[in-house]
Design a protein around this ligand. Structure first.
Ligand SMILES: Cc1cc2nc3c(=O)[nH]c(=O)nc-3n(C[C@H](O)[C@H](O)[C@H](O)COP(=O)(O)O)c2cc1C
Length: 180
């Protein structure tokens, strides 16, 4: 049975939800899946050799990624590269379909420039705007980003931009990365 490792960094929980949806789809295809938060104790006990495929996702925060993402990658670069692998990037600028094309998404380009691991496969997924759950300073900053990118600025806005069918398709695509 194919064993897949889905790793993620989340701040507010949405990237975790996406990782869970990927896992659910993989399970429905008969794979065995472990979903691990890179900042959880389980992340230091990963038995990499158990897996035929790995996907790592992270949300964009203020134009970049939490430093724990790059720390984890630096520690596990060889293990990540040793099997079919993919990186999925979650951000709200990707609510615009054009920004879901890797060459058009500056956050993905930034990841490629900064990451010690070069993923074999890349995916951009639109995230969630959830102003009421964010502290005022985050809300204020993201309202500013939204103003620039012509998105919602009403502080009551909660919009899930994730295309959940596309997330399922991505999970199926991941399985196709494994050579028979
Ligand atoms: C503090 C903060 C900063 C953010 N900065 C950006 C940004 O620069 N560009 C962007 O497209 N999305 C940005 N976002 C949107 C997040 O990437 C999006 O809400 C994502 O779904 C968050 O995932 P999480 O719930 O796993 O943390 C930001 C969100 C937060 C909370």
């Amino acid at each position: 049975m194919t064993r897949v490792l889905v790793l993620y960094f989340t701040r507010g929980g949405h990237t975790a939800k996406i990782a869970g949806a990927i896992a659910e789809q993989l399970l429905s295809r008969g794979a065995q899946v472990d979903v691990v938060d890179i900042n959880s104790p389980a992340a230091s006990q990963i038995r990499w050799d158990d897996y035929q495929l790995v996907a790592l996702g992270a949300c964009v925060l203020y134009g970049t990624y939490d430093k724990s993402v790059f720390k984890f990658i630096a520690e596990h670069r060889d293990a990540l590269s040793a099997r079919p692998n993919s990186f999925f990037c979650v951000n709200v600028v990707a609510r615009n379909p054009e920004k879901r094309i890797p060459e058009n998404n500056k956050y993905l380009q930034k990841f490629i420039a900064l990451s010690p691991w070069t993923p074999a496969d890349l995916k951009i997924i639109a995230g969630k705007v959830d102003y009421p759950s964010w502290p005022w300073y985050d809300r204020w900053m993201i309202q500013l980003i939204m103003k620039i990118t012509k998105g919602p600025t009403d502080p009551k806005t909660v919009i899930d931009y994730t295309d959940w069918q596309d997330v399922k398709d991505y999970a199926d695509h991941l399985l196709s990365l494994i050579k028979p």
